[in-house]
Every structure is written in C-alpha cells, then in structure tokens.
Write a protein that binds this ligand. Sequence first.
Ligand code: GLU
Length: 300
Amino acid sequence: MTNGTVPSPDTVVTRFAPSPTGLLHLGHAYAALFAERAARQAAGEAGGRFLLRIEDIDRGRCRQAYEAAIAEDLGWLGLAWEQPVVRQSERFSAYRRGLDRLGELGLLYPCFCTRKDIQAEIARAGQAPHGPDGPLYPGTCRALGEDERRAKIAAGRPYALRLDVAAAAAAATVEGSLTWIEHGRGLEGHAVPAEPEIHGDVVLARKDVPTSYHLAVTLDDAEQGVTLVTRGADLAPATHVHRLLQALLDLPVPHWHHHGLVEDAAGRRLAKRDNALAIRTLRDQGLSPAEVRRMAGFPD
Ligand code: GLU
C-alpha cells in the first residue's frame, strides 16, 4: 500500500463521465467543455487527451436512448473524444476484483440494513453524526459476528458491502497522511487533507448493483490513465473517499479540479428533470452550437 505518486505534469488526460439517465443540460455542457479545454490547453506541451466515459451501473435508470443522445449532443457542441468509449456496465469484473482486494484486507463487511432499519436505528440512538449526504450509517452491521453474518447470507438476505472507514483510513495512513492536489475552489495546486471519515462507512457494492459510484469511478480513472479529474464542486466531498480507495488499492493518484456549477435564473443547480436548459431543447429552439457554448460560459 502506498500513498501514490503525483502524475508527471506533461500528459494531461481528462474525462467527462455522464450517466445516461436523462438529457444533458447546460451544466453538463460546461463540465464537458471544461474537461476538453483542460486537455486541449495541455496539448501544446505533450498532447492532452480527452475521454468520454458512460457511467451506467444503475441498469434500472440508464437508457440506451440517453446514451445515444449524449454522443449526439456532445458532437453537436463540437467536441471530439477518444474511442473506444468505456462503459461502466462492461466493467463489473474489474469492480469485483477491487472488492475482493478490499475484502482480503479485511476492510469490507456485509450490510443487511434497509433504509427503514437505518432510520429506526438513528431514531433509537436519538442522534446521528451528519456527513455531506445526510446522517451517517450508524454501523449496525459492522458489529455483527461472523456466525450471524453467515446465517443471514445463507438465509438469502440481500446485502450491500460497506467499507469500514475507520479501519481503512488507519490502514491507508500508516505511511503518512493522505492529501490530494486541488486546482479548483481557489486552491490552485494546494494539497487538501483527505478526511474520508466524514462519509462514515460508505457502500462500495449496492444490494442491487455489484459496485457503487465511488468504487467504479476510482477504478476507472486509474484504468483509463486519467491524470486530472475535473468535475462539479458538488462532487468534491466524494474525493475524500476516492483518495482513500486509491491508497488502499495502490492506484495512481491524479490531480483534481472541482469547478463551479451552472445555475438556473433562480440560482438553483440544474437538474436533469428541468428540460428547459437541456442542450436538445436549446438546439430545437434554433440556437447554434457556438451560442450554446457561450451560454455555458465557453465563448472560444
Ligand atoms: N457520473 C457522475 C455524474 O454524472 C460524474 C462522475 C465524476 O465525474 O466523478 O454526476
């Protein structure tokens, strides 16, 4: 286990990683243009590369039609990306290997709790520490004995796999503290301390999907050689967990640039359900790609 290495600054590999659960909107246009520009601006030195990755682990919510629309809308905006496009739904065996490794390190446990069980446990305790996504998992299944776990699994009870974050953080920081290099949020190139405990024991494999956002993104960025992860500031808290997983799995460590988010006229972050600012809608209204790029804040 190592704390990773900083990538050589001469090749910049970025990616745009949407989920095909709806039409892309102006916020996605911004994120894609931002990632592409970061790679293009580095191209003068050693050749930047811009990748597209389809984050479709949630088979119930993803649609082939949306995946096709992503490629079409990005192409219409004037973006080009490397082939082949990686689809997370084709990488479940790689995610399995990552889980096996974390399991061998003794850092995972099966969690049989339903949402209701978790709420009841929090109510019983009278309080729960809060993380970036709400109350933290109270750790109920971390305390189960081996026999109890086996009995529940044998009885066919569905389970998720959670990371024992305290044990994982202790294992990962044996060789020094964990930090990441942040280029956004006014922190141009500064080291930010990773504090994965703020999330509690995160789920790394869901009951319904044999991986999770955190695990898949971390393994894919490493596999694809991404050196600069650009994404919205709303995902900055996730980086605490990703940095920990990189240390545990001996993965290369990119830099990050968490950028601002496009908001609607009322100052709310855009969501896929607001189709008003979907690239498709703007296009149907007769706007040109240059006009939409300008609206997204990329005039050049
Ligand atoms: N798939 C994520 C999203 O659509 C982005 C993943 C990432 O950039 O890390 O919000």
